[in-house]
Design a protein. Sequence first.
Length: 255
Amino acid sequence: MEPFYFESRDIELLGIYHPAADQNSRRGMVICPPLLTDLSRSYQSIRVLAEKCAEAGYHVLRFDYSGTSDSFGEWANAGPRNWVKDIGKAAEELSEISGAESMTLLGIRFGGLLALHAAAEINPQSLILWDPISDGRSYRSSLDRIHSNLVHLHIGLSKPEKQQAEKESCGFDRVPWISDELESFSLPQDIPESVETIRLVTTIGCPTLSDIESRWQREGRKVICKQIDFDCAWEASPEAILNPAPVLKELASCL
């Protein structure tokens, strides 16, 4: 495991590289992480997943989007379109440091939607999506519910603190792109021809992408869907650390 920084749009992003167990491997994988509470709850699981993928022969890069976590950049200047560009730069960086010639994008929650958009630039051979978000509008509604629950849990908030909470979403400022760019961000119309296989791994309570799945199949893609009998409870408290062993097992079997 090798942490380092790389540039995307003149912004330093934190990347963590997991070399493939097979040093001769030319397969690369970029993990497109979720956001906000989804990320805080699944961070340890993502690390375990990256290690499993490396053991299976993939050069793996997991990273933080600009304006989030340990990457540089301002939250106010972030947003989906810039994060799609970050994924493209992450794939370039991984190819350079590992020699990877084929690429897989593994997207989690909102990272799944970002991965679908980034595929147009990266031309990956496969996509693996774990409980992907289908559109920004429904995701914002989910964030609003989580934030409301968090505020209600803190019954001792002072009036100024409550007023500040009304300007936030899960601890982050409600910047303009949340109401503009995020709400209009939806599934892309096209997936590049390079994508041969799309694997969808969904858990209890998460909607499937049945409509788009049918279209992908008509286009000749190999679409493999697996419903796991496990509840990730994505709208639970951020302190409820996720331990999705059955999901990780299924994702590992996709490799």
